[in-house]
Design a protein around this ligand. Structure first.
Ligand SMILES: NC(=O)c1ccc[n+]([C@@H]2O[C@H](COP(=O)([O-])OP(=O)(O)OC[C@H]3O[C@@H](n4cnc5c(N)ncnc54)[C@H](O)[C@@H]3O)[C@@H](O)[C@H]2O)c1
Length: 250
C-alpha cells in the first residue's frame, strides 16, 4: 500500500483525489496539508510539514507554489517522492526543484491529462514540419478563480514547440501595446471566466492557412486520474526528474 500525503487536501483537486482514491487498494491518503490544522473525514490535516505524524511514501501536491521550499526539505528528510501538480512556480522555485531531484524522485508536470501530453507531442511534430514559416500563438481559457496566468499548460506547449526550434523564440503574454509580430516569438493569451475547466488552442498561422491543435478538459477528474497514476509509478523510484512521458506509452 502506497502512503500519500496530499498537499492542498481542502481544494478542488484535493477533493477529486480523495474521491478517486477512497476505494483504491494500492494507495491510501494518510494525511493532508492545507492552510489550517484539522481533519477531512478521518484524515488528519496539518498547516505545515513539520507537524506531520505519518510517514508518507509520496507527496501529491495540488496547492500553491508558496510551500515548495518547506515541502522539498520535508520530502528529503523523510525520503518521500513528490508529485508536483501545482502551477505558477518561479524560475527560482524550479531551480530548487531541480536540485532536490538529485536526492529524491520528483515527478512534475503542469498537466496530468493523457490528452494534453499527447497534444504536446503533436505540437512538436507540427513545429518540426511548419518550422520557421508559421507564427505560433497559444490561447488558453480557464475558470475565473485560477490564480496564475498564463497556465502552466500553455507554457508546457510553448516549451514543446520552442524545444524543436532550439529555443530561438521569446515568449510574450498578451499583446497590449505590441500589436504586430516582432519576429521570433510565441505569444500566449489567457481568458478567465465562469467555470471553464481548461481549454488550450495552439495556432500555427501561415500565409493563407491556419492549423489549430486543441484540447478541452471537461472535468478535473482527468488531472486527478493522471496524478494518482503518477504517484503509483513514482513511489520507490530512485532520485531523478520524471514526467508523464515516463508513464504514458508514447
Ligand atoms: N498539473 C495539473 O494537471 C493540474 C490540474 C489542475 C490544477 N492544477 C494546479 O493545482 C493547484 C491547485 O488547484 P485547485 O484547482 O485544486 O485549487 P484550489 O484553490 O481549489 O485548492 C488549493 C488548495 O491549496 C491550499 N493552499 C493554498 N495555499 C496554501 C499554503 N500556503 N499552504 C497550504 N495549503 C495551501 C488551499 O487552501 C486550497 O485548499 C493550482 O496551482 C492549479 O493550477 C494542476
Amino acid at each position: 500500500m502506497i502512503k500519500v500525503l496530499l498537499s492542498g487536501i481542502c481544494g478542488k483537486m484535493g477533493a477529486n483525489i480523495l474521491e478517486l482514491t477512497k476505494n483504491d487498494e494500492q494507495i491510501k491518503i494518510v494525511g493532508g496539508i492545507d492552510l489550517n490544522d484539522g481533519k477531512v473525514g478521518d484524515i488528519p490535516v496539518y498547516s505545515c510539514f513539520d507537524k506531520v505524524q505519518e510517514k508518507p511514501d509520496v507527496i501529491i501536491d495540488f496547492s500553491s507554489p508558496k510551500i515548495i521550499e518547506s515541502e522539498l526539505n520535508y520530502a528529503k528528510k523523510v525520503k518521500a517522492a513528490v508529485v508536483l501538480a501545482t502551477t505558477g512556480y518561479t524560475a527560482e522555485d524550479l531551480q530548487k526543484i531541480e536540485k532536490a531531484s538529485e536526492q529524491i524522485a520528483v515527478f512534475r508536470t503542469a498537466n496530468f491529462s493523457l490528452g494534453v501530453n499527447l497534444l504536446v507531442k503533436l505540437v512538436k511534430q507540427a513545429t518540426a514540419v511548419l518550422g520557421e514559416n508559421f507564427d505560433i500563438e497559444i490561447i488558453e481559457k480557464h475558470h475565473n478563480q485560477k490564480v496564475d496566468a498564463p497556465s502552466g499548460t500553455a507554457i508546457m506547449l510553448a516549451d514543446g514547440a520552442n524545444e524543436v526550434l532550439n529555443g530561438e523564440r521569446d515568449y510574450i503574454y498578451g499583446r497590449e501595446g505590441a500589436c504586430g509580430r516582432r519576429g521570433n516569438e510565441i505569444a500566449m493569451h489567457a481568458i478567465r471566466g465562469g467555470t471553464i475547466v481548461g481549454e488550450h488552442d495552439v495556432l500555427f498561422c501561415g500565409e493563407d492557412e491556419i492549423i489549430t491543435l486543441s484540447h478541452s478538459a471537461r472535468s478535473k477528474k482527468v488531472f486527478a486520474t493522471g496524478a494518482i497514476k503518477a504517484a503509483k509509478w513514482v513511489a520507490n523510484k530512485p532520485a531523478g526528474k520524471y514526467d508523464m512521458t515516463n508513464v504514458l506509452n508514447f
